[in-house]
Design a protein around this ligand. Structure first.
Ligand code: GDP
Ligand code: MG
Length: 175
């Protein structure tokens, strides 16, 4: 996609994080306004493209989702290649997924040169079984130089806001 000046605004964004934190549902909520209660129904699509308008320009994000290979810690370097943005997702009810964040970040840094990264604490609708406080999430994000947001793919809280903040930050840095 090009504008009148022949410039192209197409950004690769990757979703990473442990299995079952809600990556696929965040993406389907954002791009199709859909939520799936059954994990196994997740289709292993490579990416979804979403356009937003910034400064009167059409900016496209190609958002990549894993096909479940994170279960085997086998996300390949090809997955990260060329990514300029990343969403590192954990589940606010499962501490192990929060503890994995630094490992995912290392992998992202090793294989790509991102300009915008966000730590996403998903499933904030599950307040009664929360295990990671908002403060803890914020502190980790600050320490690692990431944006931070809690989301719910189930009730839509902050989903659009999170993706669009990352896309706008990329645009601001490399357009
Ligand atoms: P992925 O493995 O990270 O892609 O996770 P999925 O998107 O497949 O979601 C894993 C499970 O968590 C599924 O059963 C989803 O229905 C559920 N899930 C995903 N997001 C949310 C959320 O925001 N709130 C709640 N309560 N469940 C969610
Ligand atoms: Mg998935």
């Amino acid at each position: 996609m090009t504008n009148e000046e022949g410039e192209e605004y197409l950004y690769k964004v990757v979703m990473i994080g442990d299995s079952a934190v809600g990556k696929s549902n965040l993406l389907s909520r954002y791009t199709r306004n859909e939520f799936n209660h059954n994990t196994k129904a997740t289709i292993g699509v490579e990416f979804q493209t979403q356009s937003i308008g910034i400064d009167g320009k059409e900016v496209k994000a190609q958002i990549w989702d894993t096909a479940g290979q994170e279960r085997f810690r086998a996300v390949t370097s090809a997955y990260y290649r060329g990514a300029v943005g990343g969403l590192i997702v954990y589940d606010i009810t499962r501490r192990t997924t929060f503890e994995s964040v630094s490992r995912w970040l290392e992998e992202l840094k090793t294989h790509s040169d991102t300009v915008a990264k966000m730590l996403v604490g998903n499933k904030c609708d599950l307040e009664s079984t929360r295990n990671i406080s908002v403060e803890e999430g914020k502190a980790l994000a600050e320490e690692q130089g990431l944006f931070f947001m809690e989301t719910s793919a189930l009730d839509s809280t902050n989903v659009r806001t999170a993706f669009e903040l990352v896309i706008k930050e990329i645009y601001k840095n490399i357009s």
